[in-house]
Ligand binder design. Structure first.
Ligand code: GDP
Ligand code: MG
Length: 293
């Protein structure tokens, strides 16, 4: 009987979630998924190996919801937690001992899924420190997302907790919807990589057109920023910045899709989108008040 289920990865920024997800799915996929319309849109990766399929979700913004964007992200993170079959709680031991999961995530109620604690980055520790961790946290899996050490053991532990179930997705399917989402995420990620500080938080990416049936695959995307000054920075002198972002993002999109891509990337000002409920909905975020329906 095959096994399949939802594995939701939780951890503070820099714990190594993205590194682990990339290792598990073996492809460069999305890091943060702010489009919580449905479970499907929150998927950051699918791992099908032998008789087991893991649907991997992430938990954007398990942080103080101060304005609408953060609220939307926290809502998505909570939904991913309560949908999970297994919760993977990832920590970096350099940040101190793992806090209690319910407290760290500020949850009123324990999710039904079992929580597997994984202590990451053990490649940075000497063997005495690793032994000490084993003694202090016998329940934890000690892993290195970077080198792969311990990851097989972690997978075996997760597999044992998954329900018997037919695969939830065809073996190698990544749907168009999901591809679109991944592409918007990797464009945004590329903008994050190439810009400094302040600005990236104000960048949202919208895919306006995605034609997969032609070669090269045609993608028209818009990076929305909040202010003219940010738009100038994103575009750069003589357009060099936006060209650099576009070229790096296109290469990542080609690796993801496995086909040549033509990326038409523009920058627009959408004033105060982070604080505007309408703009957030348009960009695919689900706000807490949408959830009751
Ligand atoms: P996220 O914010 O939780 O998604 O964390 P990332 O996956 O972006 O990782 C944060 C930083 O930790 C990056 O610089 C990674 O290269 C690094 N990192 C992640 N996993 C490991 C690991 O197992 N060992 C080491 N040495 N570094 C790691
Ligand atoms: Mg990350």
């Amino acid at each position: 009987m095959p096994k399949a289920g939802i594995v939701t990865v939780v951890g503070k920024p820099n714990a190594g979630k993205s590194t682990l997800l990339n290792r598990l799915v073996g492809e460069k996929l999305s890091i943060v998924s702010p489009k919580p319309q449905s479970t499907r849109d929150r998927i950051v990766g699918i791992r099908t190996e032998g008789e087991t399929q893991l649907i991997l979700l992430d938990t954007p913004g398990l942080l103080n919801p101060r304005y609408p964007l953060q609220q939307a992200m926290r809502g998505a993170a909570l939904a991913a937690l309560y949908d999970a079959d297994v919760i993977l709680y990832l920590i970096d031991p350099a940040e101190g001992p793992p806090g209690d999961f319910l407290e760290v995530a500020r949850l009123a109620e324990r999710p039904r899924a079992p929580i597997v604690l994984a202590i990451n980055k053990v490649d940075r520790l000497n063997s005495d420190a690793v032994d000490a961790l084993r003694v202090a946290h016998p329940e934890a899996e000690l892993i290195s997302a970077a080198t792969g050490a311990g990851v097989e053991g972690l997978l075996a532990r997760i597999d044992a907790l998954l329900p018997d179930s037919p695969f939830l997705y065809p073996d190698d399917e990544i749907s168009t919807q999901t591809t679109r989402f991944f592409v918007s995420e990797l464009i945004r990620e590329t903008a994050f990589e190439q810009l400094e500080d302040e600005i990236p938080y104000s960048v949202a990416c919208e895919i306006e057109e995605f034609r997969e049936s032609q070669s090269p695959v045609y993608i028209r995307a818009v990076l929305h920023v909040e202010r003219e000054s940010q738009k100038r920075i994103l575009i750069g002198a003589r357009g060099q910045q936006i060209r650099a972002i576009g070229s790096a993002a296109r290469q990542k999109a080609e690796a993801l899709i496995g086909a040549p891509v033509y990326l038409d990337l523009r920058v627009k000002v959408l004033p105060n989108w982070r604080r505007s409920a309408n703009a957030l909905r348009r960009l695919g975020y689900q706000l807490p008040e949408d959830r009751s329906s």
